[in-house]
Design a protein around this ligand. Sequence first.
Ligand SMILES: [Zn+2]
Length: 395
Amino acid sequence: MTVDSSFFCSMHDVADVGPEQLCDNLLALGLTGVTVAATYHAARDLRPRGSLQRLVDLPAGAHYFPASPDYPHGLEPSTPAPFGDSDLLAALRAATAERGMRLAAWTVFGFQERLGRAQPGLCQRTIFGDPSTSDLCPANPLVRTWALTLAADVARHRPDTLVAESLHYAPLRLTRRFLPLDAEARLALGLCFCVHCVDAARSAGVDVDAVRVWAAVTVESAFAGERREDATPKPLDELPEAVRAFLTARAGVVSALVKETVELLAPSGVALRMLDQAAVEPPALGPSIVDEAFRSGVDVAETARRSGGYQVLGYGEDIDDVARIMNDYRHAIGADAGMRVVLRPSWPDCIETHNLEAKIAAALESGAEGIDFYHYGFASHDALDRVRVALRGLR
Ligand SMILES: [Zn+2]
């Protein structure tokens, strides 16, 4: 059988060889599609096979195609050279269409350090009122307008799918720390108490003052050194009722934004597929990974129902752990919505083909309709070869 499959890649990979050659290279590996980053956050990455850049230093909150003029004043995109010169996203759409390949536009929303640093008023705020300038708050009306403009800007290129990253709250994001935090403290430090979140929670009948007290007491006790480092996630049902209600209100904020985005994309025929970062961050809520997604305001079941699909990150080395992640998502998503799984064919997740083959088999067993691999530009030749062999084994 041919499994619907793609490689995640960046626009640098498209620029390296041109859209047509990139598509042909992916077809030769046995893939049927491309998932390309239309926007991205700051990062510094190694590109072992890159021809133009071997180490790439990505600027904060960048746009990788010429932007539309429709953005709210002050929130205009920034497109690094040379990606503003010609529209590689449009060229890639044409190249994929000619070859019958699917195109997904991977779009990073709230993780936007450039806009966040320029306008801290758009950002998530801790219990102490400090802005987290890497993370725009999805409850902020101006952020929502900007997010919908971005979705429309991507959709005018008519990808088959818009893969939405960070279209939700960000959990606690620190560069470093020198004090122990348990799951409850990590949860409390990551909650947004901006005026828009407080208003949304109060409108939903949440006792926000009780949540404030809980968060302040929890964080202060950690700052006083009274909490032990603990990676064990906190069971959702062990949290105070007001905190659970606050989390539910946040999920309402995100679900409403997902609904608006789905409705905006529908006339273009572009499907929305949400991707959360629960498999990437150390968990604070549990026991299921779906509970951890809830920490970021993502109600996986509701999001899948609204959008009709979900993109699951099947990250990790251990085959059973990855299978558990996929099954937990599948259980939440239900049988009616489509599920795709992202696997990493490279170290440290995978250094042998049989590991990748077992994860693909587990994904298909859990009902995945497609497999995506992360990331074409970061993969060495041996990782590409694992993908080629594993896909050939399915035919
Ligand atoms: Zn907020």
